[in-house]
Design a protein around this ligand. Structure first.
Ligand code: MD6
Ligand code: FE
Length: 203
């Protein structure tokens, strides 16, 4: 595959429509199976504010936030182990970031039509030299990329179903977030909304 074309935005690499419709559908089925084993959670910040996305995970570690703060946990709060990361996204990881260590976590974010994700840095991982690979499914989402420090100018790009982003190198420390979802732009899911999968090395 090595010759896929990427669009670069501030060091983020955007691979458009990497997953075809059949692969997207199969991945949605994988996500449904993950959610049956490890149900979606309502993430709550340390201050007690509910986030608008719903979250679960696959892999050796899942990313959790609750009144105790942000962290990776080896099991779902129910006590069950996180299900394995779907093989097709592990294959994508190997293809797009062959030099990286194997992924240890696949965070699954569910966005309803009104969900968003504020500008944040991904900084809970021990080895920041390892990239993050993110897959979008369902409705279009407006992704905003900022700077290493808070504030300053930002750039936005629409992410569509089947798109994949690689965040590595200097871009690994940039703020980024999802401003909004454009409901009804995809008919992949039975309901309006978006699924995002983010693969990471945690240790
Ligand atoms: C999202 N994505 O696309 C949120 N983080 O719903 C992220 O927070 C993200 O897309 C790190 C690398 C790529 C991402
Ligand atoms: Fe992130």
């Amino acid at each position: 595959m090595a010759d896929r074309a990427a669009r670069e935005i501030r060091g983020f690499l955007l691979y458009e429509r990497v997953l075809d419709r059949a692969a997207q559908r199969a991945l949605v089925e994988n996500v449904r199976a993950i959610a049956r084993a490890a149900p979606f959670l309502v993430p709550v910040t340390r201050r007690g504010t509910e986030m608008s996305v719903r979250m679960t995970s696959a892999g050796a570690f899942g990313w959790i936030t609750d009144r105790r703060g942000y962290r990776y946990e080896p099991v779902h709060p129910s006590g069950v182990g996180w299900p394995p990361i779907p093989e097709r996204v592990v294959a994508l990881w190997r293809e797009l970031v062959p030099e990286a260590r194997p992924p240890e976590s696949c965070l699954v974010n569910w966005y309803g039509p009104d969900a968003r994700m504020g500008l944040h840095q991904d900084s809970d991982e021990a080895d920041m030299a390892q990239p993050v690979v993110s897959v979008s499914l369902g409705d279009d989402a407006l992704f905003r990329i900022g700077n290493e420090e808070r504030g300053g100018r930002t750039e936005s790009v629409w992410l569509r179903s089947g798109d994949v982003i690689v965040m590595g190198g200097a871009a690994r420390r940039l703020h980024h977030g999802i401003d909004r979802i454009k409901a009804g732009t995809s008919d992949l899911l039975d309901v309006p909304g978006r699924i995002n999968l983010t693969l990471r090395v945690v240790t």
